[in-house]
Design a protein around this ligand. Structure first.
Ligand SMILES: Cc1ncc(COP(=O)(O)O)c(C=O)c1O
Length: 396
């Protein structure tokens, strides 16, 4: 029976011990024992599949991996300790000195750091381009390239990259396509169905949703992951804690309900922002005025729960109004995290993206008036009231 997504979120990967517990078992153990020395030898030679050590694998982690793979429609999933360790594993397990990576320029700050600071140290060439522009991909991929990497929607200005079209261009050149699908979640966008080779998540975000643990995931084909991802994780250790994996399993059970409510609330907040004369610009994938609306509608089931907006200010070079707005909020918390049940807000220019230089910030639209809001599960009317009060109190 082909199960629907709601069923997969609850049931996929389920493993029960002899006690027939209802909730997934938590195997909080670093290692496993062998009845005989021969059994240990067999396990290390991989003649018999079994758990050996939690850096290599753990039953609770495996439940999470099977569930995520089933939800994503991927052959396999490898869970990692954080989203960034998933990104780093993808790069370092596949690339070597002399290789070249092309990436969409609109990136989360730490991904930008890996690409522009760490990879070049290992002799890997990186070119950042305008990911929205298909001609830029065509042009950049004229040069021999090993991998492309992009985030869509991007953090924080929610730029949309056409996954299907970019993948088509990359496939003509046999380039590995990696998509950071954090903002869309596995429910709103399916990069593998659109041709991508690998998808990564920061499970810290919507997958947990309750702001409890860090986690990450890499999803793709078994043959590829067995060759590159598995030995890298086993030997370098970005493995996830079984406890965190267990928390994420529980998070996934309510992902669909949380996303549905958060997206509804995000749309109500957008309606409010649109009519406010204190808001200059709104960024949201499903906004009617967005130049990329057609691409967003083609590849995303909805616009998601993250909204970015610019506040009207006397001086665009000043963060004064933005800080005053954030400091005047009484319900929504100032936090650089996102995808949480609690609504969280941040000023990307001074937090998540503060390390970008002025030219890079300008190219990405990260101004001093830009605010990023991750809509949570509170009553949307209360959230709108909080935003309305804080906007009206700016600099008062
Ligand atoms: C788009 C995106 N990718 C990757 C990450 C990294 O995830 P983590 O914080 O779990 O390492 C983040 C975190 O904020 C993110 O927003």
């Amino acid at each position: 029976m082909r199960k629907k997504i709601s069923t997969k979120l609850i049931r996929s990967g389920l493993l029960r011990t002899e006690f027939m517990e209802t909730s997934e078992p938590l195997f909080l153990t670093s290692g496993f024992t062998y009845k005989t020395a021969e059994e240990a030898e067999e396990a290390f030679k991989e003649e018999k599949k079994r758990f050996m050590y939690s850096r290599f694998g753990n039953p609770t982690v495996e439940i999470l991996q099977k569930k995520l793979a089933d939800i994503e429609g991927a052959e396999v999933c490898w869970a990692t300790s954080t989203g960034m360790s998933a990104v780093f594993t993808i790069f370092m397990s596949y690339l070597k000195k002399g290789d070249r990576v092309v990436a969409g320029r609109a990136l989360f700050g730490s991904c930008h750091h890996i690409l522009t600071v760490i990879l070049p140290k290992f002799g890997i060439e990186v070119e950042l381009i305008d990911g929205k522009d298909l001609n830029s991909w065509e042009k950049a991929l004229k040069k021999k390239t090993s991998m492309i990497f992009f985030e869509t929607p991007s953090n924080p200005c929610l730029e949309i990259i056409d996954i299907k079209e970019v993948t088509k261009i990359a496939k003509k050149k046999q380039v590995l396509v990696v998509v950071d699908n954090v903002f869309a979640t596995p429910l709103l966008q399916k990069p593998i169905d659109l041709g991508a080779d690998l998808v990564m998540y920061s499970a810290t975000k919507h997958i947990d949703g309750h702001g409890r643990v860090l986690g990450g995931a890499i999803l793709g084909r078994k043959k590829y992951c067995d060759k590159f991802v598995k030995p890298f994780i086993r030997n370098t250790g970005p493995s996830i804690s079984p406890f965190n994996a267990w928390v994420l399993i529980k998070g996934l059970e309510t992902l669909e309900l949380r996303i549905q409510k958060q997206v509804n609330s995000a749309n109500l907040i957008i309606d409010y922002l649109k009519q406010s004369n204190l808001i200059k610009k709104i960024y949201y994938p499903y906004l009617e005025s967005s130049p990329q609306l057609h691409v967003a509608k083609k590849q995303m089931k909805s616009g998601g729960n993250i909204i970015s907006f610019e506040i009207v200010s006397k001086n665009i070079e000043s963060k004064e109004e933005s800080f005053s707005f954030l400091n005047n909020l009484s319900l929504i918390n100032i936090s650089n995290n996102l995808g949480d049940n609690k609504s969280l807000i941040t000023h990307p220019e001074t937090t998540t993206h503060h390390r970008l230089n002025n030219r890079e910030k300008k190219e990405l639209g990260i101004t001093k008036n830009l605010i990023r809001l991750s809509v949570g599960l509170e009553d949307p009317e209360d959230l709108i009231d909080d935003i309305d009060n804080a906007l009206k109190k700016i600099n008062k």
